[in-house]
Design a protein around this ligand. Sequence first.
Ligand code: DLL
Length: 444
Amino acid sequence: MTIEQWNDLPGGFHPASAMDFLPKPQMRDLQFRRLTAVVQRAFDNVGLFRSRMKERGLSPADIRSLNDIVKLPFSQKTDLRDTYPFGLFASPMSEIVRLHASSGTTGKPIVVSYTKEDIEVWASVMVRTFAACGLHRGDIIQNAYGYGLFTGGLGAHYGAEALGATVIPISGGNSDRQIMVMKDFGVTAICSTPSYFIHLIERAGEMGIDMHDLPLRAGIFGAEPWTEQMRKHIEAGSGIKAYDIYGLSEIIGPGVASEAEGQDGLFIFEDHFYPEIVDPQTGEPLPEGEEGELVLTTLSKRAMPVIRYRTHDITAFLSGPSKCGRTLRRIRRIGRRSDDMFIIRGVNVFPSQIEAALLSVEGTLPHYQIILTRDKGLDQVEVQVEVTAEIFSDKVKAMEQVQGKLAHAVERTLGIRVKIRLVEPHTIERSQGKAKRVIDKRNM
Ligand code: DLL
């Protein structure tokens, strides 16, 4: 069958996705072969990795099975910072065709690189992402991920082109133009952060456009944590199917894992990215199904192989067969990071728990911010959340009722009471990319 014929199949199956259905023994075999090659490559070309291996008395020949991966040293974000800008590259600059960078919270960004082969792999995992979400040739994809040093824009762009779809490289921002293009060009799928798409739904409403009336049928959302409640809000507000896709610059960008049409967990493209789940405190591998930190090893990266990278993203492997028959390992949606936790009155709190509680109450909008302050050495938290204009303009009593319900919902989830402040629609700043949920003023 030709690629064109594959592309015409319902569900957008694409030859690139054949790997998604590989029998497990074949996948393990392929992973092992790739693992030994990537370890050798990193050992030969990356000084930091070589010296860490030597400190442990290890050589690439000690990797005799996939299970031996646990012998290898972890890597983390500080390694990229410490070797800024190019210290982890395994290819000479003459073979590197692209650089991207991710802005850190402090100081210098981290820099990542790609050879021509890496770019091809990246496009292929994005093809698999789109195909898994039911997109195919003939789809018109509005790519509202930011173009530039951020990996979202170009990563999705080349994948969409390689799929054979029509790409609109609109990047993030200028919401009125986004909505005009969506309507006038007959857009069938959009790529953006979930929070930005919520803003677009809202703005479309203000412009008198109901997304249910448009041909838009799928959203390929990622780059930030979001909840099932948020998915429901998006799907009900726009009539599309909202898919979750995951990735990080250090590993490749978007295209590490994706949901499929069954929306039953994210499939890791494990022929290229080997996943482990470890205890975030001890680094010990966790039994199947337990929640922990995702650790990833790039199995085919040439320019910047990354071994056992601590993502800080918390998830768990899902077991049992998937709805679509893909054989790839699946993970639960990433609701939180091990480093976005804060402690209030001795209780560990993650923003996603607050989001889920807020959105369970009718009348709240999915725009909120968590403000952390410190008063006489005690951490305080205030949750600001937008409510619908009807509630906001209603009598004080109605507002108090909603506020009470929200405080209750949060208390049920966290076990502590936090201060809730209802604010008018549009009070909380909208982001074109990743939403900023937590404002930490404790050390200001
Ligand atoms: O955000 C790559 C990307 C672009 C992924 C577009 C998906 C779509 P970074 O800027 O390096 O790369 O940020 C990576 O964002 O470690 C997670 O903490 C978070 N993240 C990414 N996708 C998801 C998701 C891109 N679907 C960091 N759910 C990661 C939750 C996500 N968190």
